[in-house]
Design a protein around this ligand. Structure first.
Ligand code: 3H9
Length: 707
């Protein structure tokens, strides 16, 4: 029976149900453990402890989830008592039998709170995890000390160091959860089930199990060493994973209280580190980009029940997979039957490779293949809600495709182009409905890369933009709205970095030196390893066409052209800027390339010099930042955080540096602007003129993002 409400704090409700005290955290959206919640928890707990009638306490949360962690927005502000560790210690030593009832995503400080309880009951659909490492942190409220005491070191390390969620059923098998609710129970029925479970514990005479008083099992002798070696390799450049390992080591080596003290010190060190600041920026930036400035929250969107992709090449096939993976039927159109068959073959092989790794069942492969229906006829697209064109980067061809789409598609269908550089407005002008046209720029391989640039044309309607943003989220992408210009945001900045990298080699740096500087910075690969992967011939053909056509803006002949002329197109020909051994993707510096560069430089009459790593880094990255500032001024990206998200998710910018604009902020606009001016003076190249926005921030001491 529900007795009178004893306590009503704003964020935590306490109710007595016979001999059970029920504490319900209620702080939407994710019940983060901010100050109000912590204070409310203390009050409710004290009330339960003081009541002799109460034999057990059930701790749970309202809404969609048990607390998903500490309130990240509080980091960097003065701490307000009680701390989460104090709350957890109070729960652990409360004298009453405590049961955490978990649903949704019991993450971070939320799971640590549950570890302070004696028993854990969970919804079957719940996920548990300690994802702090993804924010450059470690679990700082006892997680690194209590979890190994509960499930052992070997099971603890991946949960804390990799930070991935553990499904409740798996958590049960690990001993992290003691009992599961019936599938589908939620809200009141879930709370009732938790109360029944607590009563069954009381009936059995279950005893308190404070983890802080339990011993840690000694792990196998080389467990820490081998896990650390693997982590160094997989998480190159990241500080937090190694500190997480150190803290778990302390759980084995030190008494509980000392281990907790060390954990706190390590947590504070990480919390105040540049890497964690950057990763927290990335976390919020990723969520911010979904809220497009100027686009009303309640803008109507259209349902996308069926899609189509034009072009069955690598890009088109990858995009078709994106839809099939999200359960959306998709027509795949190509003008040639053979191209369609080839494309479908590639898609099937991709799915089968995933199935071999155990990430898909044979039945799921067939289900996804069945969602992709090939066609050679535009007339089959009459019913689709969205079409994405992914044919060659040829404006005339694209215009023809769009004129055809305009003819066959139903009114209101969204017509999107996957172009990476061409003018979306010019493409839209080939239709009689430019308001329905926009760019959806996927990154290769489309079924893997998380980024989607959503390019808004002059005429694109709000509804079409809002539908595309929503669709991006539905198919698992990070969708970022950008304006229309050559290369949009990502490739426009990449272009600047690539041309600096080219010039650095001309001036005396070796390609492998340039690549190493950027991989040491944290990129997964350098600019030249990247050109070899993408294929040098594509850019070379485009440059040649432009030169032949007498385009005054065509870039002048460069050493990469000289390399391509010799049939060295990159990985696909086993030779490009590097050479590649049969079956290997590892770039090996090639004396033949050094020779080609030397000849080119001699014919151009460039005096070479030795170039320091620092100059390489600054020229490659400041060139991007300066271009980023222009992109902001032009409104192509509305906020600096959009640029950061694009570079983290589309180009492997190290998340622990927060993206190019955040990184520039950390250095300071004044230093970046001064370096740009110095490069301009040294090279005489106008492109190094600091963008007006950068110059302004340098003068005022402002930051990108302060706009
Ligand atoms: C920690 O716990 C440290 C402790 O070990 C030690 C302390 C001493 N704080 O992602 P969504 C906001 S560190 C504040 O869009 P979903 C989020 O910004 C923490 N705010 O929803 C968004 O706000 P808005 C360890 C938070 O359903 C809204 O909630 N925990 C927090 O796609 C909805 O979020 C984590 O790292 C937070 N902790 O995904 C978990 N979490 O509406 C981080 C979310 O204004 N969170 N918000 O844009 C997540 O992974 C996802 O948010 C979650 C929900 C899976 C929970």
């Amino acid at each position: 029976m529900d007795t009178a409400v004893q306590n009503e704090s704003r964020f935590v409700h306490y109710r007595q149900r016979d001999d059970i005290g029920l504490i319900v955290i209620d702080s939407p959206p994710v019940n983060a453990l901010g100050h109000g919640v912590r204070a409310g928890l203390m009050t409710a707990l004290n009330e339960a402890v003081a009541d002799a009638q109460v034999k057990a306490v059930v701790l749970t949360a309202a809404g969609r989830t048990f607390p998903a962690g500490a309130d990240i927005r509080e980091f960097g502000k003065p701490a307000q008592p009680p701390s989460l560790s104090e709350v957890i210690a109070a729960v652990e030593s409360s004298g009453k039998l405590t049961v955490a009832a978990l649903h949704g995503t019991a993450f971070g400080g939320g799971l640590e709170l549950a570890l302070g309880c004696d028993y854990r009951f969970a919804a079957v659909e719940a996920k548990l995890g300690l994802p702090e490492v993804k924010l450059g942190l470690l679990p700082g409220a006892g997680g690194t000390q209590r979890l190994p005491r509960l499930i052992g070191v070997a099971a603890t390390l991946p949960i804390i160091v990799e930070g991935n969620p553990v499904p409740a059923t798996e958590a049960k098998a690990l001993g992290l959860v003691d009992a599961l609710a019936e599938p589908g129970s939620s809200g009141d029925s879930f709370i009732d089930a938790a109360l029944v479970y607590a009563r069954s514990l009381l009936a059995e005479g279950a005893v308190k199990r404070p983890l802080g008083e339990m011993p840690v099992q000694q792990p196998d002798a080389d467990l820490f060493e081998s896990f650390e070696a693997k982590t160094r390799q997989r998480r190159r450049g990241f500080e937090a994973p190694l500190v997480c390992i150190e803290s778990v080591r302390n759980a084995v080596a030190l008494p509980f209280a000392e281990g907790l003290k060390q954990e706190r010190a390590l947590f504070e060190k990480l919390r105040d580190s540049a890497q964690s600041r950057a990763q927290r920026h990335a976390f919020f930036a990723e969520r911010e980009v979904a809220k497009v400035p100027g686009l009303a929250k309640d803008t109507p969107t259209n349902p996308v029940a069926e899609a189509a992709v034009i072009g069955a090449g690598t890009m088109g096939g990858g995009i078709a997979m994106v839809f099939a993976n999200a359960g959306i039927p998709v027509r795949l159109l190509d003008a040639q039957e053979e191209a369609l068959e080839r494309g479908l073959g590639v898609i099937r092989r991709n799915y089968e490779a995933t199935a071999k790794k155990g990430r898909l069942t044979a039945a799921e492969v067939e289900e996804r293949m069945a969602l992709i229906r090939p066609t050679v006829s535009y007339d089959d697209l009459a019913t689709v809600d969205l079409v994405i064109e992914a044919v060659f980067e040829d404006m005339e061809l694209k215009k023809k495709v769009f004129a055809e789409l305009d003819r066959v598609c139903k009114p209101g269908a969204i017509l999107a182009t996957n172009t990476s550089t061409l003018d979306v407005d010019a493409i839209a002008a080939a239709t009689g409905r430019p308001e329905s046209v926009l760019g959806l720029h996927f990154f290769s391989p489309a079924n893997v890369m998380k980024l989607l640039e959503v390019v808004r044309g002059q005429a694109t309607s709000d509804e079409v933009l809002a539908t595309a943003m929503r669709l991006g989220k539905r198919v698992g992408k990070v969708a970022v709205a950008v304006g229309n210009c050559y290369g949009f945001v990502g490739n426009r900045m990449l272009h600047r970095r690539q041309s600096e990298a080219m010039l650095l080699v001309e001036e005396g740096a070796a390609p492998e030196q340039v690549d190493k500087v950027l991989t040491d910075f944290g990129f997964p690969m350098g600019p030249f390893a990247m050109s070899d992967l993408a294929g040098i011939d594509v850019g070379w053909r485009i440059r040649n066409e432009r030169r032949k056509a007498g385009d005054p803006e065509a870039p002048e002949y460069n050493w990469l052209d000289a390399i391509a002329e010799r049939g060295r197109y990159g990985q696909k020909t086993k030779a490009g800027v590097y050479r590649y051994e049969e079956g290997s993707r590892t770039p090996i510096p090639d004396p033949e390339v050094a020779q080609i560069i030397a000849e080119h430089v001699r014919s151009k009459g460039v005096a070479q010099r030795s170039i320091e790593d620092r100059e390489i880094l600054e020229r490659c990255l400041y060139a991007m930042v300066n271009e980023g500032a222009r992109i902001l001024e032009e409104g192509i990206a509305v906020r600096a955080l959009e640029i950061d998200v694009i570079w983290i998710y589309g180009y492997g910018f190290p998340v622990y540096r927060g993206g190019p604009m955040f990184w520039a902020n950390e250095i300071g606009a004044e230093a970046v602007s001064a370096a740009c001016s110095a490069f301009r003076a040294a090279s005489g190249r106008e492109v190094w003129q600091p963008a007006p926005l950068l110059a302004r921030l340098a003068e005022t001491g402002g930051r990108f993002g302060d706009l």
